[in-house]
Design a binder for this molecule. Structure first.
Ligand code: LIP
Length: 290
């Protein structure tokens, strides 16, 4: 696919993101207006479903030959293939949306050969738009190149980092223990065997977290359990901003979009060493995605 075609796709995704943003900001949900999927903290609202319908219809009209994978219409067993595919989360950060915490977005990814190739992520509450095309850079609000600091500081040590993590919806079992024990280790003093990171943040939207790493205001983002539609768009933007994505479990430098385990590191000298340092603090191994 040539760059003209990819730019046309990006432009279409940007206009869909704005339409979706208007639907989301007009919705005024309440905690009582949501339903749940897997458990009481895995929320979904009528707005998630209506926005996905609008997006899939708009994409099918213009690109009838491309596949579509969306959070609200995904069925267990659906797989991402090598075919050009739109990978979409109508509201990433549904819990935030339900609580009117203004950190939620529309995440519109386009994968070719299962590689994130176009990404558009739009937070309609702050009117912040991130976009990227593979090989052609990433931008904030279409004109400001990412990362925001074009001469990012070297990544010398995890102890200098602001680290983003998420608790996710599974609140027991092996993977929850791996997360929470690792969170503790990250924050603990060096004397007690920890990484003594500057701090950790848990903000509730994988796509915006990836854009935070792409921008450079987060140094690292580590998560297991989220899905292809949470990461596809942000991953393209991250890579185009010079960031890297590796596996949340130690040792794998080439995670898959649908692998459900992710560690993102911002641009800067020493990225790979920082990923290795992070892995050395991971307590156990995630089962998800295995
Ligand atoms: C959410 C993510 C969040 C993650 C949750 C969930 P949703 O997406 O972006 O960061 O921790 O497991 O996947 O459900 O709001 O689209």
């Amino acid at each position: 696919m040539d760059v003209k075609q990819l730019e046309e796709i990006r432009d279409h995704l940007v206009s869909i993101a704005h339409k979706a943003g208007d639907m989301i900001t007009a919705a005024h949900p309440s905690t009582g207006s949501s339903g749940s999927k897997k458990n009481s903290v895995d929320l979904v609202t009528e707005t998630d479903q209506a926005v996905e319908k609008m997006i899939s219809t708009a994409l099918a009209e213009k690109y009838p030959d491309y596949s579509f994978m969306g959070e609200e219409t995904y069925k267990p067993g659906d797989v991402l293939t090598d075919a050009p595919t739109f990978v979409v989360d109508p509201i990433d950060g549904t819990t935030n949306f339900v609580h009117s915490f203004p950190y939620a977005c529309i995440s519109l990814g386009f994968a070719v050969g299962r590689v994130p190739t176009v990404g558009v992520v739009y937070n309609p509450f702050t009117r912040t738009l991130y976009s990227g095309i593979k090989g052609h850079g990433a931008f904030l609000n279409e004109t400001i190149p990412l990362p925001l600091n074009q001469q990012p500081e070297p990544l010398k040590s995890l102890s200098d980092c602001l680290v983003c993590v998420e608790y996710g919806a599974d609140r027991s079992g092996n993977d929850y223990a791996v997360k929470t024990e690792t969170f503790t280790k990250l924050c603990t003093t060096k004397e007690k065997g920890g990484a003594m990171v500057h701090s950790i943040r848990s903000l509730g939207s994988a796509a915006l977290n990836l854009c935070g790493v792409a921008s450079g205001h987060l140094d690292v983002y580590w998560e297991a359990g989220c899905w292809a539609w949470d990461v596809c768009a942000g991953w393209c933007i991250l890579n185009e901003a010079g960031g890297i994505m590796v596996d949340a479990n130690p040792g794998n430098w080439e995670p898959k979009i649908e692998g459900r385990r992710y560690l993102a590191v911002r641009q800067g000298a020493g990225q790979k060493e920082l990923a290795e340092e992070f892995w050395s603090y991971v307590q156990g191994k995630f089962d998800v995605g295995a």
